[in-house]
Design a binder for this molecule. Structure first.
Ligand code: FE
Length: 199
């Protein structure tokens, strides 16, 4: 890259590194601490975590109640985050799909999303088209994902904020009565937890 391109054109990685160097220089953290945090975060961030929550909720009605009342407490209970909700960094709200209501999540401002539970966000989730349109015409957008809902099913769109992150609890598929929690978790997809698919 030529110098004339200026700092704003630095690749994101270089800008992040610059920020890290400043944080280290200011004594806010150390390189080792940053490395350890990022490794832990990326190793553990996966849609399997959200799937575990969903499978547990399907298998254990009392857990489901607790999870819908307080998503952060449920995270702690499954060891998917610090037991203390104040240390989880965001408020987790889990919204349950029913025959009457289907939920879908978005961040209209940017791309907020519970990465720890869903893994890295798909590029379409961050796209302007998705963010703008799913709020205005959710039924049409879901149909483009191949999810055609009955007219009588209401669609609720949950817009993330700096304070709250959402995850969808999909409906348990029919014919899964004899599956154990592990097998149930394998049915759940990232799209199901965003709400652009059924499971
Ligand atoms: Fe955002």
């Amino acid at each position: 890259m030529s110098h004339a391109e200026g700092h704003a054109d630095l690749p994101v990685a270089a800008r992040v590194r610059r920020l890290e160097e400043r944080a280290v220089a200011a004594g806010l953290t150390t390189d080792d601490e940053l490395d350890a945090f990022l490794t832990r975060f990326l190793e553990n961030a996966s849609p399997m975590n959200g799937a575990r929550l969903a499978a547990r909720a399907w298998s254990d009605p009392a857990f489901r109640e607790r999870m819908l009342a307080d998503g952060n407490a449920a995270l702690g209970e499954l060891g998917l985050g610090p037991a203390d909700p104040a240390r989880q960094g965001f408020r987790l709200v889990i919204v349950e799909n029913t025959a009457a209501t289907h939920n879908v999540i978005v961040c209209t401002l940017c791309s907020c999303y519970p990465v720890a539970l869903l893994g890295p966000s798909p590029s379409w989730y961050k796209s302007h088209a998705y963010r703008a349109r799913v709020v205005r015409e959710p039924r049409a957008v879901l149909a483009e994902f191949g999810l055609v809902l009955p007219d009588e099913t209401e669609i609720a769109v949950w817009d993330s904020s700096s304070k709250a992150r959402y995850m969808v609890l999909p409906r348990r598929p029919d014919g899964t009565a004899d599956l154990d929690e592990e097998a149930l978790a394998r049915l759940v997809t990232r799209e199901g937890l965003i709400g652009t698919a059924l499971v």
